[in-house]
Write a protein that binds this ligand. Structure first.
Ligand code: TXA
Ligand code: MG
Length: 417
């Protein structure tokens, strides 16, 4: 089943416009009822006509100022699938922005070869210009145009992990704009494992520079509606392909130096990369503030609620006890709280924690990765002031989860008591 509707009108502007509309209507009615000598029925018709005239003019103006995104929900084997992809591709080729799904998170995409479109992307996201973008491709031919040389290591990584959640950094070719790479001479490339994304790149027939579809600093969008909420008046089209499969962003690995280095952890782990390359690689750790590369420079993934991450103790009960003690303190400050646990809790504990705030228990690390950004956004909708989160073990996708949590917490770590 396919349907199209205008999010701009339907979802977000609805309340504001309704309120404005009602005020406008009342104002017009008042004027007409005070001034006119006609009967009530005529007065009502006059009021409606006048209102329509004023309102439709307003609508037109608003559209030209803001634009408003169309959202198309598509499913595989859908009749309108081709139509949606073609429409999105046309927008990309015209230099405008499209939100599209990938297996990690939703992307806000623009033609990688169009500098005006890239500028538009930075503006829409309110992203600082010194933070480079990932270019999304659907073939090795596209990669060849973007880099100076496809190294053996690159080939090994792409044949093992593409399409998939791995972004690879290599020296860029002269075809890549400095705007995309934030003035550096390296370029980040990824082939997403998502049919809609791949078909879109294919139809647009250009590589697509895309960032996570959120305003800078906010949690990444894992549902079309997250992107719509923040970007509805800045993009032409949102392709809704359902909830992102993985939920956190790709692993970013740089092949610039002799020893590859992971700049951002993701689903593809250090061990997986080491196994296929047959050598040890590094994970980036800044020695001092000045050395911090672009990728790690900015505050990330933050909901409005304050995040506190509890350091993990081998004895889980100690971690939980620390979380609870911390929560009790916040409760005295009248904070509305949410507790997030990385695993299920015994019933007795659930009962005693419940009185302090809402409880979310994930069943596995994968589930936690999948839903953590969505949970942050839900907490904001519920006006939660503080989220206290149980840390996870840093193996498999746990490393990537802890990376996001620690950045979201901005240093607010709860040590066990
Ligand atoms: O899973 C993902 O990677 C998602 C989906 C949409 O593909 N994209 C994503 O993009 O997370 P973004 O812009 O939110 O994060 C890209 C990260 C940034 O932290 C940026 O600094 C880094 O990749 N990056 C891009 N090009 C780089 C380069 N040449 N050198 C170092 N870091 C780079
Ligand atoms: Mg991002």
């Amino acid at each position: 089943m396919v349907f199209m509707h205008e999010y701009g009108k339907q979802m977000f502007s609805k309340n504001i416009h309704n309120e404005k509309r009602n005020q406008e209507r009342d104002k017009i009615k008042k004027q007409i009822f005070l001034n006119s000598k006609t009967n009530n029925k005529q007065k009502n018709i006059l009021a409606r006509l006048k209102y329509n005239e004023v309102y439709s003019k307003k609508c037109k103006d608003e559209k030209t100022i803001d634009g408003s995104a169309k959202i198309i929900r598509i499913k595989k084997n859908d009749n309108l699938y081709k139509y949606a992809i073609a429409k999105a591709a046309k927008i990309i080729r015209k230099g405008k922005l499209v939100v599209f799904p990938t297996e990690t998170v939703y992307g806000l995409g623009a033609n990688a070869y169009d500098e005006e479109a890239i500028k538009r992307l930075y503006e829409a996201k309110e992203r600082p210009y010194d933070k480079p973008l990932i270019i999304h491709v659907n073939s090795m031919d596209m990669v060849r145009c973007l880099v100076t040389n496809i190294t053996e290591e690159m080939q090994t990584l792409t044949s093992n992990f593409w399409p998939g959640p791995l972004t690879i950094i290599l020296p860029k070719s002269i075809t890549v704009s400095d705007l995309v790479t934030a003035g550096t001479d390296t370029v980040a490339i990824r082939m997403p494992d998502n049919k809609i994304a791949l078909d879109l790149i294919n139809a647009a027939n250009v590589p697509i520079a895309a960032s996570s579809a959120n305003i800078t600093g906010k949690p990444s969008a894992t549902k079309a509606k997250h992107a719509a909420k923040e970007l509805w008046n800045k993009v032409r089209l949102i392709l809704d392909g359902g909830m992102s499969k993985i939920g956190i962003e790709s692993t970013v690995v740089s092949l610039i130096d002799k020893t590859p280095i992971i700049l951002r952890e993701g689903k593809i782990s250090k061990e997986q990369i080491e196994r296929v390359l047959g050598k040890k690689i590094k994970t980036y750790e800044a020695q001092n503030e000045d050395q911090v590369p672009q990728i790690l420079k900015y505050k990330h993934y933050s909901p409005n609620a304050k995040i506190y991450v509890a350091k993990r103790n081998e004895r889980r009960l100690r971690t939980i006890y620390s979380m609870l003690t911390f929560g009790k303190k916040l409760k005295q400050e009248k904070k509305k709280m949410m507790f997030i646990f990385s695993n299920e809790l015994p019933k007795s504990l659930l009962e005693s924690i419940k009185q302090y705030g809402k409880i979310i228990c994930f069943k596995s690390k994968e589930k936690m990765a999948h839903e953590i950004f969505d949970t942050f956004r839900k907490a904001d909708n519920e006006k939660i002031d503080a989220i206290i989160i149980e840390g996870v073990e840093q193996n498999s996708i746990g490393g990537a989860i802890m990376d996001r949590l620690i950045k979201a917490a901005d240093g607010e770590i709860i040590n066990y008591l």
